[in-house]
Design a protein around this ligand. Structure first.
Ligand SMILES: NC(=O)c1ccc[n+]([C@@H]2O[C@H](COP(=O)([O-])OP(=O)(O)OC[C@H]3O[C@@H](n4cnc5c(N)ncnc54)[C@H](OP(=O)(O)O)[C@@H]3O)[C@@H](O)[C@H]2O)c1
Length: 254
């Protein structure tokens, strides 16, 4: 039996990875600050040695978005994995992190480089934004009575369970380095995503485009977050909304 450690196994992606591995009969260790079995804060590393001991692979889904902490956390994870002789570290990254100027993305790139230089067998998968994140963004925008959308900004959201499926496949295989990017099935403007949400949730709001200045939005308008040549995802944003919003009219209550 294969034993896999999933860091961030309580998060949006980590939960899907964990469920999928367990459904396939693998032994899974869930590491996070709030895990019942492997409660570890990656910033302190207390308890990490027990979590990594004897595992066949680590799927690193934990993320600490503030202040570049992902770098320190990953350093600790790499150190523990090296000491324990873990043969394979799988990392989930984001398409376009070197094209879009954002602190979180700069940190993700440095984490990729740490993993590359770690001496561990590794695999890095970059994907576009998950449907869940696109929905979070849309829900923030529709809070205003008039919905302001950034002109020309496009996303290519992908289903998180499909990303989990791919990560599981990668974790069970040999280290592969950087694998092909994974994008959702459709490139959509934020305006289209907002309209889809309004339709699915039965809300009515005027939607007005605004041109936002700065290098960040310019990079987004240039398609910095897109992987149009790797539109391998199957589930569309509308299908996701039908499950999450239309069915429960509010999904997770957010
Ligand atoms: N969301 C997207 O659209 C998207 C797209 C492409 C790639 N990704 C990448 O996918 C990964 C997972 O994203 P996600 O959206 O699933 O994240 P998430 O839902 O925010 O989950 C983050 C996980 O990290 C754990 N965590 C946070 N701080 C920790 C710490 N100090 N020590 C140990 N664990 C800690 C959290 O659990 P506790 O709170 O219990 O510690 C949680 O399980 C990230 O690397 C992200 O960059 C995301």
């Amino acid at each position: 039996m294969t034993t896999i450690l999933v860091t961030g196994g309580t998060g949006t992606l980590g939960r899907c990875v964990t469920e999928r591995l367990r459904a396939d009969g693998h032994e899974v260790r869930v590491l996070s600050r709030h895990s019942e079995t492997y409660p570890v804060d990656l910033l302190t590393g207390v308890g990490i040695d027990r979590a990594v001991a004897g595992v066949d692979a680590i799927v690193h889904c934990a993320t600490l978005p503030k202040g570049g902490a992902d770098e320190e956390a990953t350093r600790r994870l790499i150190e523990a994995a090296r000491t324990a002789g873990v043969p394979h570290l799988v990392y989930i990254s984001i398409v376009g992190i070197e094209r879009v100027p954002l602190g979180y993305y700069r940190t993700k790139r440095r984490v990729e480089q740490l993993i590359e230089a770690s001496g561990l067998g590794f695999t890095v998968l970059r994907t576009t934004q998950f449907h869940d994140l696109a929905l979070d963004l849309v829900r923030i925008l529709v809070k205003l009575p008039v919905v302001l959308v950034p002109n020309g900004v496009r996303l290519q959201p992908v289903a998180v369970d499909e990303v989990a499926e791919r990560l599981v496949e990668l974790a069970l295989g040999a280290p592969a380095g950087y694998v092909q990017d994974m994008g959702g099935p459709e490139v959509r403007t934020v305006r289209e995503l907002v309209r889809a949400y309004l339709r699915a949730s039965g809300k009515r709001r005027p939607v007005v485009g605004v041109r936002l200045a700065g290098r960040f939005y310019a990079a987004l308008r240039d398609g910095g977050l897109l992987a149009p040549h790797h539109a391998v995802g199957r589930g569309t944003f509308e299908e996701f909304l039908a499950e999450r919003v239309a069915a429960g009219r509010g999904g997770r209550g957010r």
